[in-house]
Design a protein around this ligand. Structure first.
Ligand code: B12
Ligand code: SF4
Length: 468
């Protein structure tokens, strides 16, 4: 039995490490013993990985762009220093976007692009046989010290892949850290759409592959009976891609008598197209909340972003969710390169409009960041914007809570104040917060954000996390 170690870097949320579960589950359990170490659960992740990699065949690390790179580097370097012969494989979004650049890091031997199950299984087979991994489709590695990229690998139909082995992770610990019995699950890979700020079109080439509804029903029934969760959080990029599939999944839940709530991503055009009867069926099967990326309240900006969505579809989806009691998270992005004041104003107006529709609606605002692999990022780079050149610099490329170079200090001040008052203006509030809610409502209604005394007092009393 050969040992494989997989590492999930530290991050700010406790979503289950589904990428690593997918890799581990694709390996033959009769031949490989897989240990998943999650940096978010370990007191001393370096010590845990060093201990686990003793006698291992390889270490695999999943790497997102931004802060997780720092931890991935720390772990990979510590392992290489102690076990120079142990192959270290990086996969996930960042190595998918920078297959060869990733190999400038001496502690990384192989990088994997896109879907990793089959590529990783083949890497492991070759390593076990003492064979070279050079030229393996979907990967890059060094040949005679020179990084070389293998040919791309075609997208794998996900139904052919093994079910995810949740017994490899401490599911209860994730429930505890999330403070809710919420189970993470993924039913598809990729996305057909082409949004200009997103890396998915680059990595998945606008392809999508989904699990059969019967399999989703069967797997979730087994997991539900075993883990007794209250909610399933579908991590799919676009869960509502095909109406018939979504309806079949909802029918599976009902037929099997599964009593859990579920949440998923929905595009506004998909929501607008969904019939009242379909929506009602989804709700009966447990649908409680969807996430609909709006990004901008300006149609012109939406078109520039190639969202392929109309503002009316956002409002139509929102109204449908109100009618069916479904909560919605509508994320917005401000600070796109060259964004006009009118566009920002349209976004803030749209947020107010949505917030007024339901106390179950949330409207987080993010600042645009030129994540690699997107059309806008390519454009700003052509115009002279310098992307980080090293992995260390990419690790710092994590603007959670900061505004980026395309937002003037005045605009940032306005947006931060708007976020504060908008948060307090909406929803039901406790008696204690009632006066603040009234002031916040008045301010939002009159677009008056000067002299934000209440904001200063509240932040003094309880600093708010700057996440949205
Ligand atoms: C859950 C999630 C997270 C979790 C992290 C998950 C984890 N690993 O612990 C959290 C909440 C921490 C997170 C954070 C962020 N996220 Co996020 N997240 C997701 C989401 C919704 C699901 C990920 C998932 O589980 N997918 C399912 C699994 C099966 O797929 P996978 O992880 O991609 O793994 C496959 C391949 O990538 C590959 N693979 C992955 N790892 C490895 C490792 C090896 C060794 C190999 C060989 C292969 C391999 O094989 C796997 C199976 O095919 C994705 C969207 C999506 N649907 O993928 C966005 C996504 C990954 N996130 C994204 C972004 C932008 C972010 C944030 C920057 C957003 C923000 N501003 O907050 C932060 C950055 C990190 C930080 N600062 O902490 C982008 C990726 C951008 C990038 N270049 O990295 C995505 C794609 C969303 C999008 N379309 O923009 N995220
Ligand atoms: S933002 Fe969502 S819908 Fe648009 S391309 Fe990315 S994953 Fe697809």
């Amino acid at each position: 039995m050969q040992k494989i170690v997989l590492y999930n870097p530290q991050a700010v949320f406790y979503t289950m490490p589904l990428g690593l579960l997918a890799l581990a589950s694709a390996l033959d359990p009769a031949r490989y013993q897989v240990q998943i170490i999650d940096g978010r659960l370990e007191r001393d992740p370096v010590a845990a990985v060093l201990k686990a990699t003793e006698g291992a065949l390889c270490l695999g690390v999943t790497v997102l762009t931004g802060a997780p790179i720092r931890d991935a580097l720390k772990i990979s370097r510590a392992v290489k220093a102690q076990r120079p012969d142990l192959p270290v494989v990086w996969g996930g979004w960042h190595p998918s976007l920078f297959p060869v650049d990733t190999l400038a890091e001496p502690s990384v031997d192989i990088s994997v692009q896109g879907q990793g199950e089959i590529t990783f299984a083949e890497i492991v087979e070759r390593l076990a046989a003492g064979a070279s991994v050079a030229g393996l489709p979907g990967s890059a590695s060094r040949s005679h010290g020179i990084p070389q990229l293998g040919p791309p690998r075609l997208m794998q139909a996900v139904n052919t892949l093994a079910p995810h082995r949740y017994d490899l992770i401490p599911v209860e610990r994730y429930f505890g850290l999330k403070r809710q019995r919420q189970f993470d699950y993924i039913s598809s890979a990729g996305c057909h759409f082409r949004c200009a700020f997103c890396a998915d079109p680059f990595v998945y080439k606008r392809k999508w592959a989904g699990l059969d509804p019967a399999r989703v029903g069967e797997e979730l029934e087994q997991h539900w009976r075993r883990y007794q969760f209250e909610e399933v959080s579908f991590q799919d990029e676009t869960f509502f891609t095909y109406r018939d599939r979504v309806i079949a999944i909802a029918e599976e839940f009902l037929r099997r008598g599964l009593r859990f709530a579920w949440t998923a991503t929905m595009r506004a055009d998909q929501g607008a197209r969904l019939s009242e009867a379909d929506m009602a069926l989804c709700v009966r099967s447990g649908l409680r909340r969807v996430m609909i990326g709006v990004e901008s309240g300006s149609q012109e900006m939406m078109d520039w972003l190639a969202k392929d969505i109309k503002i009316e579809q956002v409002l139509e989806s929102a109204a449908k969710c109100v009618r069916h009691g479904v909560g919605v998270i509508f994320p917005f992005i401000v600070g796109f390169p060259g964004e006009s004041d009118a566009s920002v104003t349209a976004t803030l107006e749209m947020i107010k409009r949505l917030r007024a529709m339901s106390p179950l609606f949330e409207t987080p605002i993010f600042y645009f960041k030129p994540y690699p692999g997107s059309r806008i990022t390519d454009e700003v780079v052509r115009q002279g914007y310098a992307l980080p050149q090293t992995l260390e610099a990419w690790a710092d490329f994590d603007f959670i809570g900061s505004s980026g170079p395309w937002v003037t200090p005045e605009r940032e001040r306005l947006i931060e104040r708007f976020k504060f008052y908008n948060r307090f203006a909406g929803g039901s509030q406790s008696l204690l917060r009632w006066p603040l809610q009234q002031i916040a409502r008045w301010r939002c209604a009159n677009d008056f954000y000067a002299l934000p005394v209440e904001k200063l007092v509240v932040e003094r009393l309880r600093p708010l996390p700057k996440l949205s």
